[in-house]
Design a protein around this ligand. Structure first.
Ligand SMILES: Nc1ncnc2c1ncn2[C@@H]1O[C@H](COP(=O)(O)OP(=O)(O)OP(=O)(O)O)[C@@H](O)[C@H]1O
Length: 218
């Protein structure tokens, strides 16, 4: 379960979010929409512990991640997976190395088994995919590999910031639905940031919109 309580974000005297509250139960898929500059990515980055400390509290499965203006737990220890539009895959690493990135602590056999399981889950097993480099994959394949990489360490929460926006329109809906199916299968709590209302509706169980610095959940 995820709770974000009374999150307020201010940059140089400009308030972007005012008392943002969000509560999700395990397995919920939530979409965060709102106009450009409304604070969607800022909220996500705060949950991930990436930005400077602001006021608010984040609790994930009973663990206090941030509270009273302090990030209690560092980003890499939060058990949060991330798929962002502009830091997708490492271009100099093949698929296998990309997916293995967050599970380097496992034995070779452990890594191999997990990679196989994830490739099967995203429907990209076989065809020598493991040895391919990101530039040898289509946009949709790259996004599914990025998803596999984020899911490899079995995070408790997955944050997706506009991961579908650079995809070809024809492919977009298909990939959005595919990713939704994968997340439902793994029962992982997820938050998608998107400016696209249609995408939000087909992807998520619940859709929220940030307007006038506040979040409303429909
Ligand atoms: N680190 C920062 N320092 C100062 N201002 C910032 C910072 N990050 C974001 N902002 C400002 O805060 C506002 C919200 O930005 P944010 O990126 O969260 O919005 P968004 O809803 O994700 O927008 P978009 O859909 O365009 O990506 C914007 O006005 C932005 O310029």
């Amino acid at each position: 379960m995820l709770s974000v309580n009374d999150l307020s974000i201010t940059y140089q005297a400009t308030q972007v979010l005012n008392e943002f509250n969000l509560s999700l139960v395990t397995g919920d898929i939530f979409a965060l929409t709102g106009d450009s500059g409304s604070g969607k990515s800022s909220a996500l980055r705060f949950i991930a512990g990436l930005d400077e400390v602001q006021s608010g509290q984040v609790v994930l499965d009973g663990k206090q991640l941030s509270s009273n203006g302090v990030h209690n737990i560092a980003t890499e220890l939060r058990e949060i997976g991330m798929v962002f539009q502009d830091y997708a895959l490492f271009p100099h690493m093949n698929v296998k190395k990309n997916i293995a990135f967050g599970i380097r602590h496992l034995s070779n056999n452990g890594q191999k088994a997990r990679i196989k399981e994830l490739l099967l889950m995203i429907g990209l097993e076989g065809e020598g995919i493991e040895k391919k480099y990101p530039h040898q994959l289509s946009g949709g394949e790259q996004q599914r590999i990025a998803l596999a990489r984020a899911l490899a360490p079995s995070p408790k929460l997955l944050l997706l910031d506009e991961p579908f926006s650079s995809l070809d329109k024809n492919l977009q809906e298909q990939i959005v639905l595919q990713v939704r199916g994968i997340l439902k299968k793994t029962n992982i709590t997820s938050i998608l940031v998107t400016h696209d209302k249609h995408e939000a509706t087909i992807f998520a169980d619940k859709v929220g919109v940030i307007e006038n610095r506040q979040l409303t959940v429909n």
